[in-house]
Design a protein around this ligand. Structure first.
Ligand code: ATP
Ligand code: MG
Length: 195
């Protein structure tokens, strides 16, 4: 099964995705992690991506679509995958649908976690303190929130119209949030998941 996970910066998306791939037994395709890895490796892609990431901007669609396309066609994704942070624009969503169509596959479900703005800011400030991630500075965080509203919220609408969107309350304890996610995903995963 192919699951798309979209949530605002600081919502705990990365944490919940790691638990969900474990539960589903599918590969984790985190575009944020893939890009940060290229930056660390100093590849051409990394150099390009860094300029966008540092400013809280999105890496251009064409770059992202190619990156994910190659990954999706790898053998380990045959039984499905969890897409974390992709598609983040409607153009990326359309490109993904087209690719999956040619592979005779489709996105099964799109999960969105909802967290109040107050809580998002609180968590990001905390993460900046603990992890010192470059793109967690106050300016960049504000920019990423704006980009989420203007570019990624329309993606949620896109999937809502296709009846694929499931919204989850992302407030509260991480275990409680994960239970909510499991409850929803089970309905789509059929018998393939463990309990
Ligand atoms: P979280 O708080 O859950 O870590 P995040 O907003 O930090 O979420 P990541 O998915 O880790 O997001 O991505 C970090 C950065 O990588 C983004 O701000 C963006 O610059 C770039 N990026 C990641 N995925 C995409 C994508 N699909 N399209 C364009 N840029 C992307
Ligand atoms: Mg992340």
């Amino acid at each position: 099964m192919i699951v798309v996970f979209l949530s605002p910066p600081g919502s705990g998306k990365g944490t919940q995705c790691r638990r969900l791939v474990d539960f589903l037994g599918v590969p984790h395709l985190s575009t944020g992690a893939m890009l940060r890895e290229s930056v660390r490796a100093g590849s051409a892609l990394g150099e390009l991506a860094a300029q966008y990431i540092e400013h809280g901007k999105l890496v251009p669609d064409a770059v992202m679509v190619t990156l994910v396309k190659d990954r999706l066609e790898a053998a380990d994704c045959e039984s499905g995958c969890l897409l974390d942070g992709f598609p983040r624009t409607v153009n990326q969503a359309i490109a993904l649908d087209e690719q999956l169509h040619t592979l005779r596959r489709r996105v099964d479900v799109v999960l969105e976690m909802r967290v109040s703005l107050e809580e998002l800011i609180r968590r990001l400030v905390e993460r900046a303190r603990q992890e010192g991630r470059q793109d967690d500075s106050a300016d960049t965080v504000v920019r990423r929130m704006e980009v989420y509203d203007s570019e990624t919220k329309p993606v949620l609408e896109y999937y809502r119209k296709l009846n694929k969107l499931v919204s989850i309350d992302g407030m509260g304890d991480s275990d409680v949030v994960f239970d909510r996610i499991k409850e929803q995903v089970k309905q789509y995963a059929g018998s393939t998941v463990r309990d």
